[in-house]
Design a binder for this molecule. Structure first.
Ligand SMILES: Nc1ncnc2c1ncn2[C@@H]1O[C@H](COP(=O)(O)OP(=O)(O)OP(=O)(O)O)[C@@H](O)[C@H]1O
Length: 235
């Protein structure tokens, strides 16, 4: 398993935002769902070594987040919810910068590949600040996959995309899930049904479901994913 999480906890001041969660993830796309404030981003930030846990442990690609943060970061491509980008850089310049950080061999070849994969071709000569929101999301995704990481952590990667763009990016996420472990946070249930193999639902810092999509439906009288989500997160 590329990701193993054991009793991971985050306490902010008085608030337990993530409460001793444990789960595993292997190749495929794992949907990470939950209402606003459930603890999804906090969990992702701990797995990417952006925030230290208060308690508990996790390994990513076999490396402990507490003792081997550099190796963990090398193994992960992360698209944070806020998608921070250097808006004064040109698309190719930004990707070149990230390729340099990762010491990528033959960077120009790899940059051309990810531009093709993420559909950035028509906008590749623009400055990031000139791009629409959807194309900025594509740049964030391109940066995340550039070093061909084993694990991808994508925090609401399709927010702001138009329906045409959604289809392409979801297809890309599905394709990436054939060989990589992808954790995908999203509020779009249709997206979960389109791309996820397994689903975790988190509510108030606790995991309330961890199953395959089919298993989740079986256990809940074949209800829609939306009604299962509402039932489990309002209990
Ligand atoms: N830096 C912080 N300091 C204090 N509290 C925080 C901090 N970051 C998050 N929280 C709190 O922790 C809880 C979980 O937040 P988190 O961002 O992980 O939720 P989320 O599931 O990603 O939500 P959303 O779907 O709205 O993005 C929230 O109550 C939030 O206010």
């Amino acid at each position: 398993m590329s990701i193993q999480v054991a009793a991971l906890t985050k306490i902010y001041g008085q608030q337990k935002a993530v409460n001793a969660i444990s789960f595993e993830a292997g190749t495929g796309v794992l949907g990470f769902l939950g209402p606003n404030g459930a603890g999804k981003s906090t969990t992702m930030k701990m797995l990417t070594c952006y925030l230290p846990p208060s308690e508990g442990t996790a390994t990513v690609a076999g490396f402990d987040i507490g003792t081997h943060p550099l190796e963990v970061k090398r193994s992960i491509g992360y698209l944070p919810e806020s998608n921070p980008l250097y808006t004064d850089m040109y698309v190719k310049e930004a990707l070149g910068f990230v390729a340099g950080i990762h010491h990528i061999h033959e960077p120009e070849k790899r940059i051309a590949e990810v531009i093709e994969q993420t559909g950035l071709g028509p906008e590749q000569h623009k400055k990031i600040g000139q791009l629409s929101k959807g194309y900025r999301q594509r740049v964030g995704l391109a940066q995340a996959i550039l070093h061909d990481p084993q694990v991808l952590i994508l925090d609401e990667p399709t927010s702001g995309l138009d329906p045409n763009q959604l289809v392409g990016i979801r297809q890309l996420i599905s394709d990436l899930g054939k060989t990589k472990t992808v954790i995908l946070s999203t509020h779009i249930m249709q997206e979960v049904e389109a791309v996820c193999n397994n689903v975790i639902i988190i509510n108030k810092g606790n995991i309330v479901a961890n199953d395959t999509l089919a298993g989740l439906r079986n256990k809940n009288g074949d209800a829609s994913l939306e009604s299962i989500f509402i039932k489990l997160t309002n209990a």
